[in-house]
Ligand binder design. Structure first.
Ligand SMILES: *Cc1c(COP(=O)(O)O)cnc(C)c1O
Length: 448
């Protein structure tokens, strides 16, 4: 082995670094094991890169910061996609955050009836608000909408080894791993495909009914639209047929809009489905509802009781933090406090162009800036045919590809997530609260 260069031989050792008083506060924050790990990592990298001893301290600080920073942390969503699944979907309202914080740090009456002193049910805290908002007799809450669909299908059909009727136009895939036919196949119920991809009539369902039919399932086309030569029976027709056959009509509604909201592209609401005779409606808590990740199933007491009695319900139940966030969110919807719910406020915003132009003027020199109209999905399976029409800020920097610029923005703290198109990074302020614009500008200055 050739002798190590002079600079490497002078690298301090682990114990020597641990004894240094100027680094003591760092070791305190990392804990003894963490400190040793970080020092070893940095020394190894320093040897590999033949780094000078003076550079070690900065490396230690950077490595410690990486270790101390939580892995899951807030980012700036500059994509304009309001319900972005990779970015955690709906940001919570301040009132919901406060209610979560209060429930998180204390014991709660999660399953205790304070009047009688007897055991209660965790979802009873939401019962009044949900009954008012949906018109349904009962609602149960589980981990997400995929779980609600699974629980409904399992409780009403799979347990009874029966058949489920689904239109061929609704055998959809919601996300990578959630396909309606797979969910049904999992449990041993039989999927009976009805009609054709583009046209399914009520007579098709009628012909498919057998004594083994347990459920008629309708799935909302959340993430695509069909146009042209298409037909689908109305919910009222389907519920009439379900009544005559004495089987439940289950609807996977997806985004879970609870009200018609001025200024927001209209989605069918849960209450409308219930009013048209759907027996069980399932929907997400963190899409248009604007709350925490959760899945809700609203419907007739008889059917919801079957879901509640299924042992799977216990496996899919929500914790007190979700209950707290959901209760606060539902209370805001009941008050029609639309602009206190971030998702709805972003959808309703009308000042995006004004903000974009003001922001563009503040972009530090060295960037090529352009303002362009564009289009943007709401995301989260809401209104797939609709585009919001944002005013986008396009950024380019000579010597830096759009991908490299996007990477630099992601490495900023807080990380900034932009879109890439036409060799530019695009920022859409619709999903950036005004208070975050300063962070956004700081991120751009840091790249200079
Ligand atoms: C989003 C969606 C789901 C899945 O909901 P999660 O809450 O993400 O589990 C299921 N069905 C439809 C129609 C949806 O839009």
């Amino acid at each position: 082995m050739p002798p190590a260069p002079e600079s490497l031989r002078r690298l301090p050792g682990v114990d020597e670094l641990l004894r240094r008083p100027d680094l003591a506060s760092l070791w305190e924050r990392l804990g003894p094991d963490g400190a040793r790990r970080v020092i070893r990592e940095v020394l190894e990298a320093a040897r590999a890169a033949a780094m000078a001893p003076v550079a070690i301290e900065a490396e230690l600080n950077a490595a410690a910061a990486r270790r101390l920073n939580p892995s899951l942390r807030p980012v700036i969503n500059a994509t304009g996609v309001i319900l972005h699944t990779n970015l955690g979907r709906a940001p919570l309202a301040p009132a919901a955050v406060a209610q979560v914080a209060a429930a998180a740090a204390a014991y709660t009456n999660l399953e205790l009836n304070l009047d009688t002193g007897e055991r209660g049910r965790r979802d009873l805290h939401l019962a009044r608000l949900l009954a008012e908002l949906t018109g349904a007799e009962q609602t149960i809450v589980v981990n997400n909408n995929a779980a609600a669909v699974l629980l409904a299908i399992h409780s009403l059909a799979i347990d009874r080894q029966g058949e489920i009727l689904v239109s061929r136009g609704e055998l959809v895939e919601i996300g990578e791993s959630f396909r309606i036919p797979d969910i049904i196949a999992r449990g041993g119920a039989k999927l009976v495909e009805v009609g054709s991809t583009n046209r399914t009539r009520i007579e098709d369902y009628e012909r498919a009914l057998t004594p083994a039919t347990r459920v008629i399932l309708r799935v909302h086309r959340s993430n695509f639209t069909q146009e042209g030569f298409v037909a689908q029976p109305s919910l009222a027709e389907l519920s009439g047929l379900a009544r005559r056959a004495n089987v439940p009509l289950v609807e996977d509604l997806g985004s879970g809009c609870l009200a018609r909201i001025p200024g927001v592209p209209s989605e069918p609401t849960v209450a409308e489905s219930i009013a048209q005779g759907v027996d069980v409606v399932t929907y997400s808590g963190d899409k248009l509802l604007g709350g925490p990740q959760a899945g809700l199933a609203s419907g007739g007491a008889r059917w919801i009781a079957a879901l509640r009695a299924n042992p799977l319900f216990r496996a899919l139940r929500v914790d007190r933090l979700t209950c707290a966030a959901l209760e606060a969110t539902l209370a805001l919807i009941a008050r029609q406090a639309w602009d206190e719910l971030p998702v709805l406020a972003m959808l309703r915003a009308t000042d995006i162009e004004t903000r974009a132009r003001a922001f563009a003027a503040l972009v530090p020199p060295g960037f090529e800036v352009e303002i362009a109209a564009g289009d943007s999905l709401i995301g989260g399976g809401a209104r797939p045919g609709d585009r919001l029409t944002p005013c986008l800020i396009g950024l380019a920097r000579s010597g830096l590809s759009a991908a490299a610029l996007a990477r630099a923005l992601r490495r900023h703290e807080p990380p900034i997530i932009a879109r890439i198109a036409q060799d530019r990074c695009w920022l859409d302020l619709r999903t950036v609260p005004p208070a975050q614009e300063a962070d956004l500008l700081a991120g751009l200055r840091a790249i200079m």
